[in-house]
Design a protein around this ligand. Structure first.
Ligand SMILES: *Cc1c(COP(=O)(O)O)cnc(C)c1O
Length: 379
């Protein structure tokens, strides 16, 4: 089955009891058994719930894999991956990383004896110098947030394999519509479903997908043992969101390109970060591993003044000033003082998050209106 058909049909079927075409919201904690052990596959909703189960099967299919698990947030999904490790294990992570992931690694798990190294992976060979016999996980985010760097998943997968380490890819920005890391050799795919999968800025949720049976057993064991599961109502909302993921992503990509080209031609703009430009340092890899370039764009201003960036994010009228991304509506953010404020200034600037950097999540409104909005704000 192709993507659009899977997005709508994978994992879901008419309700057996009533014929309801939409997966019911099974708002229940427990399930009546005929006799001890006589259940229909569901015993208790932390372990498994039918609405969540439908979503888990659906998203696994979209990533061309067998096993999916849904969590109460993207960070809870990442938390599950790190809990597969032991004290003393080492993780090599992308250095240009979602701020919350960096905080989880450095302020929660580091104190349990797991060692994290943050590496610029734009040239994957750099990773090899950091591999030791304790390296158990390589963590990749691509495109990166907010610098839109592209990491060659296939090349990193080869390094991970050689090192005997798992490769996990945060696929939040690309979504399975644009990129399938497991097809490129990754062991685990992670999503903040809060973003494009949900797509309507009304849910916080995380997803893990794997095609490795052994990893899936650990994933489900940890999901059930630590209990950060997502709710039936939220599972329903994300299932509903995914039914239009392909249509939304097509428009995000079209609008993203138009806005990126407008910004690149604007005299007040210093630099535009968008992987669709041929001048982007990893454009060739983006073209190879992605089916489109998405609607996430960052740009910096001539003169690099924080006040100018703050003025622009205040002046825009259609773009809403808010954290998060991936919804139907366009958002604008200022990484240095918002999403990435938890990363120390020096570390931030080293990866390019300068004071004037502005990040856009280009929505699916009319592109002409979005460009006119940016035009007046820049003026
Ligand atoms: C938002 C986000 C996360 C964290 O997900 P939550 O659902 O907010 O917990 C992780 N990675 C990326 C790339 C994100 O954008």
């Amino acid at each position: 089955m192709k993507f659009a058909t899977k997005a709508i049909h994978a994992g879901v079927q008419p309700d057996e009891a009533t014929g309801a075409i939409m997966t019911p919201i099974y708002q229940t904690s427990t399930y009546v058994q005929d006799g001890v052990g006589g259940h229909k596959g569901y015993e208790y909703s932390r372990t498994l719930n039918p609405t969540r189960h439908a979503l888990e099967k659906n998203i696994a299919a979209l990533e061309n894999a067998r096993f999916g698990a849904a969590f109460s947030s993207g960070l809870a999904a990442i938390d599950c991956v790190i809990k597969m490790l032991q004290p003393g294990d080492e993780v090599i992570s992308t250095n240009d990383l979602y701020g919350g992931t960096y905080r989880l690694f450095t302020t929660i798990f580091a104190k349990y004896g797991i060692r994290f190294q943050f590496v610029d992976m734009s040239n994957p060979e750099t990773i090899e110098a950091f591999v030791t016999d304790k390296t158990k996980l390589i963590w990749v985010e691509t495109p990166t947030n907010p610098m839109m760097n592209i990491i060659d998943i296939e090349a990193v997968a080869q390094i991970a394999k050689k090192a005997g380490a798992m490769l996990a890819v945060d696929n939040t920005f690309a979504t399975p519509y644009l990129q399938n890391p497991i097809d490129l050799g990754a062991d685990i795919v992670m999503h903040s479903a809060t973003k494009y999968l949900g797509g309507h800025s009304d849910v916080v949720m995380g997803i893990l997908v794997t095609d490795n049976e052994e990893i899936s057993k650990e994933m489900y064991r940890i999901q059930n043992s630590t209990g950060a599961v997502t709710a039936p109502m939220d599972s329903f909302l994300v299932l509903r969101g995914i039914k239009t993921l392909h249509l939304r992503m097509q428009r995000h990509c079209e609008n993203g390109e138009k806005v990126a080209r407008f910004l690149a031609a604007h005299p007040k703009v210093e630099k535009v970060y968008w992987p669709g430009f041929e001048t982007h340092p990893n454009h060739d890899i983006a073209k190879k591993q992605m089916r489109g370039f998405g609607g996430m764009i960052s740009f910096s201003l001539k003169g690099n003044k924080l006040e100018d960036a703050h003025k622009i994010v205040k002046k825009v009228k259609i773009f809403a000033l808010a954290e998060s991304l991936g919804g139907v509506e366009s958002l604008v953010g200022h990484p240095a003082t918002m999403t990435h404020a938890s990363i120390p200034k020096a570390a931030r600037e080293k990866i390019g998050i300068v004071d004037s950097l502005i990040r856009l999540s280009v929505g699916i409104e009319d592109a002409d209106d979005l460009i006119a909005d940016l035009e007046q704000a820049l003026r």
